[in-house]
Design a protein around this ligand. Structure first.
Ligand SMILES: [Zn+2]
Length: 117
């Protein structure tokens, strides 16, 4: 199995709703998100790639146009947690590349959340 990954970045604000009173994530705040897209294949294409990294620019466009410098509560369905961002980005990426296996989203250097089916 061959596996590749590429990182993407965006900045956005959000509020996590329904948390207990005083929970800091219930206040308006933002993150510099890091998104890692992971793809895998049993066999390489005729160029020797899982997927050409350059082809992943289409994923960067989705992030830039729909997530970067947005208020995530305005542009996402459901909770704006890293877990749900990972899930929504996974579904978008999987529709473009069947080789996608997981998406990982970090809100801080010490945390990440991952979605894989
Ligand atoms: Zn947050």
């Amino acid at each position: 199995m061959f596996t590749i990954a590429k990182q993407f970045h965006f900045s956005a604000s959000h509020i996590l709703e329904g948390l207990p009173e005083g929970h800091k994530c219930g206040r308006l705040h933002g993150h510099n998100y890091v998104v890692e897209l992971v793809l895998a294949a049993q066999e390489l294409d005729r160029h020797g790639f899982v997927v050409d990294y350059g082809d992943l620019d289409a994923f960067k466009r989705i992030i830039d146009e729909e997530f970067d410098h947005r208020h995530l509560n305005d542009v996402m369905e459901g909770p704006t947690t890293a877990e749900n961002i990972a899930c929504q980005l996974y579904l978008r990426a999987k529709a473009l590349w069947p080789q996608v296996v997981t998406v990982r989203v970090s809100e801080s250097p010490r945390t990440w959340a991952e979605y894989r089916p």
